[in-house]
Design a protein around this ligand. Structure first.
Ligand code: SF4
Length: 748
């Protein structure tokens, strides 16, 4: 479809929503035609123009202008002309092209052929009720790609148009952006072009404790002692009473303390007189109906819906035919949480303490106290035993999942807790249904650990009495596979890192996709839209020491190298480690030596370290953990990414079990360990170039990636194509080509 160049101006005017064109204006937009009104001084003349071809025809003239009420009549007249709809897309694929090439372009978006291909790929997947796996680098616009694919599919597929599409993501930021930015903007553009007849509708779905309960809010406010409450907090609570908003995340200024007291507590709903009229219930009634176009939630909420359907419980989400799983590499982590069971030592203690009555005179009260003490005793013994059984060689800084052994003695302690909880249920006379169902849930959860079909581990063993016993079923992948991929609906999985060197085998296995026919799975990998060849230098030095964090000489060598590398880019760097311990050692050393630079250290549980780095001008960020994938720092501040060690997965009880599924260690390394490492490496490397104008250097300081070494070729292949060097002098040369003088001025 080629648009007549003469109408660029008209469309530009439309983009600016300034419909006056010379002495004319556009009064109607329908399919590929516009109706232009011109005033001659005496009469109003109307012409229809096909904006794709530039062809136009006279319609009529009259003394007074056409009113909005007459637009339907006008449109009917336009439809009688042969130029109407002659170049309008007649099928979904053409419509996707039309939207990207014409509509979006007019509104200032650049056209990316790869993005259009991706959207068509997703559309076709939905048309065939298949599953799509798409590996899409940052900057290509995957969100627009799938939103357009869904909208077009809704236009052309009747069965989809009557049901919402579910979008599930890992981060709340993306959910909010979809609902508050992407969809309203797309809706507006498509409405203006007459592609859709009414605005697109969407909602974010969350767990109930994220919503406001009218009754609890009212009771809470009534019972507040104004002398003990900050006035501003009280005013905020009174203000939200009068508002319509029920999402607590949207109600600014509510403290966490207050939030817990005014959020929905489902057990109260059963007996509440407001249950047909309150805001929460009205909201739930509305979102359970299928009239909204999109329902957006996180992976955990979506999986909770899947699990509830499997157990024949009432679903959380309405009926749907298509699911978009964005940030799909995170769904397996969510599945581990949703299909697994965790038992917290502290929560068990709290539950047991709750059983002790305030007055201990009666026989029943004394009995409850004795039961409670037994639960705490067995709990302490169980967790003590589990901590004792952690293998001595495990480095506490390297893992969060500590292998342990639930020995026969441990199982006795476990039985002791369960039988005392059962006794508690028998003796407890309270009518607090929530508490009683909590005890039942504990019994059910603890029973899981008596099963042999689980992988289990403990977390936080070194935090006093805050140990957590966790498990997942050994059949997790198959369970997820059966629940997600056997259903006869479309699933679009997309992420920046689903494939390792364009190979999806690892993720397919992890997600149990073998349960479905391979012919249902469509895969696509896209190249980064950014010009890495010009804007990125990959530096992998020769003669590096073999990485070993416990080797002092290695740490000295690597610290010296990092110092030189930081100087080469005059700061502006992130040094990415695979664990906290070496990070701390190197940071402490360099803090003494690089006094001219602002060094920022990431610490466990310290959430504001990224913000601290962002505030520096030419700082250096020593990071690990979530920094491998969750950071977005466009611009010059991050111009040198120093990857200290290839991010091979750290062995944990899950990987230990996975290993037993392979005939040999070599097979396991090839099928799981290397793909995992390459995916994480790509995630880490992706922190550097975030926009078309970004430039910088990636240095990899791992001998296993050096030229001629075992993983050199796979490492190079997994990263975007860019200039490669083993000479550190080239770092400064490259950056001098790309950056201004200011970049090289001394940091502090
Ligand atoms: S029905 Fe439930 S959410 Fe609604 S006011 Fe009553 S207790 Fe609160």
């Amino acid at each position: 479809m080629k648009r007549n160049i003469n109408i660029e101006q008209i469309l530009q005017k439309l983009k600016n929503k300034d419909l006056e064109i010379f002495d004319s204006k556009i009064v109607l937009f329908t399919k590929d035609c516009i109706v232009i009104e011109s005033f001659t001084g005496k009469t109003y003349t109307y012409r229809v123009m096909n904006y794709l071809t530039g062809d136009s025809k006279y319609l009529f003239h009259k003394k007074r202008p056409v009113t909005e009420d007459e637009h339907d009549l006008l449109e009917n007249k336009v439809k009688q002309f042969r130029i109407y709809g002659c170049h309008y897309p007649t099928n979904g694929e053409e419509m996707i092209r039309f939207i990207f090439e014409y509509v979006f372009r007019i509104f200032g978006y650049s056209i990316r052929e790869e993005q259009i291909d991706l959207s068509i790929h997703m559309y076709k997947t939905m048309t065939n009720t298949n599953i799509s796996l798409s590996d899409v680098p940052v900057g290509l616009g995957k969100t627009h790609a799938y939103l357009v694919a869904v909208i077009v599919h809704k236009l052309y597929a009747k069965e989809l148009s009557s049901k919402p599409v579910i979008i599930t993501t890992s981060s709340i930021e993306l959910q909010r952006a979809i609902v508050k930015d992407y969809l309203p903007e797309i809706s507006d553009m498509l409405l203006q072009f007459g592609i859709i007849a009414k605005p697109l509708t969407s909602v974010i779905r969350k767990g109930k404790d994220n919503y406001l309960c009218d009754l609890r809010l009212k009771n809470y406010i009534q019972n507040i002692d104004p002398r003990k409450k900050k006035l501003e907090e009280l005013l905020i609570l009174r203000k939200i009473e009068a508002q319509d908003e029920i999402d607590l995340d949207e109600l600014k200024g509510v403290t966490q303390y207050d939030r817990r007291r005014i959020s929905v507590n489902y057990n109260s709903c059963q007996v509440c007189l407001k249950k047909n009229t309150c805001r929460y219930k009205s909201f739930m009634k509305k979102v359970k109906k299928p009239y909204l176009d999109f329902q957006v939630c996180n992976h955990n909420y979506y999986l909770a819906d899947v699990i509830r359907r499997k157990r024949n419980l009432s679903p959380l989400l309405p009926e749907h035919n298509a699911v978009i799983i964005d940030e799909a590499h995170k769904i397996i982590d969510a599945a581990r949480q949703m299909y697994g069971v965790t038992v917290s030592q502290r929560d068990l203690y709290t539950l047991a303490m709750k059983a002790i009555p305030k007055k201990l005179k009666s026989k029943e009260a004394k009995q409850l106290k004795a039961i409670s003490e037994e639960i705490i005793k067995y709990s302490n013994k169980l967790f003590g035993e589990l901590i004792n059984n952690i293998p001595k060689h495990i480095d506490r800084d390297e893992t969060e999942k500590f292998a342990t052994v639930l020995s026969s003695v441990g199982r006795l302690y476990l039985s002791g807790i369960i039988s005392n909880l059962q006794e508690l249920l028998r003796c407890e006379k309270t009518d607090d249904k929530r508490y009683l169902s909590e005890i039942r849930r504990w019994i059910k959860d603890l029973y899981v650990f008596q099963d042999w079909g689980i992988i289990y581990w403990i977390e936080q063993p070194f935090l006093n009495e805050q140990c957590i016993l966790a498990s997942i079923p050994i059949t997790l992948s198959t369970d997820v596979g059966i629940d997600l991929w056997q259903a006869n609906d479309s699933k679009i999985l997309t992420s920046g890192t689903l494939a390792a060197n364009n190979d999806f085998e690892y993720i397919k296995k992890e997600l149990g996709m073998q349960v479905t026919s391979l012919s249902r799975i469509n895969q696509v990998s896209k190249e980064s839209p950014f010009n890495h060849k010009d804007n990125c230098l990959l530096h992998i030095p020769d003669k590096l020491p073999y990485p070993s964090y416990i080797d002092k000489n290695y740490l000295i060598n690597i610290t010296n190298r990092i110092e030189q590398l930081i100087k080469a880019s005059n700061g502006h760097a992130m040094v990415l480690f695979t664990s906290y311990k070496p990070l701390k050692v190197v940071f402490e050393q360099l803090k003494q030596r690089l006094k001219d630079y602002e060094l920022v250290q990431m610490k466990r549980g310290k959430k504001d370290a990224v913000d601290e780095f962002k505030k520096t001008k030419k700082g250096v960020f020593f990071a690990t953990g979530s920094a491998w994938e969750g950071m977005n720092i466009p611009g010059d501040l991050l111009s040198h990414l120093i990857i200290v060690k290839l991010p091979f997965p750290i062995p944990d009880p899950i990987s230990e079990y996975e290993r037993t599924m392979y005939a040999s260690m070599e097979d396991y390394i090839e099928a799981v360990v290397v793909p995992k490492m390459l995916i994480k490496l790509r995630q880490g490397a992706g922190r550097l170039i975030r926009t078309e104008t970004d430039s910088g250097v990636i240095t990899i300081l791992d001998a296993r990636a050096s030229k001629g070494s075992k993983y050199h070729d796979q490492v190079i292949e997994s990263l975007p194509q860019c200039r490669l060097t083993d000479k550190s002098q080239e770092i400064s040369q490259f950056l001098r080509e790309k950056k201004t003088e200011e970049f090289f001025r001394r940091a502090v």
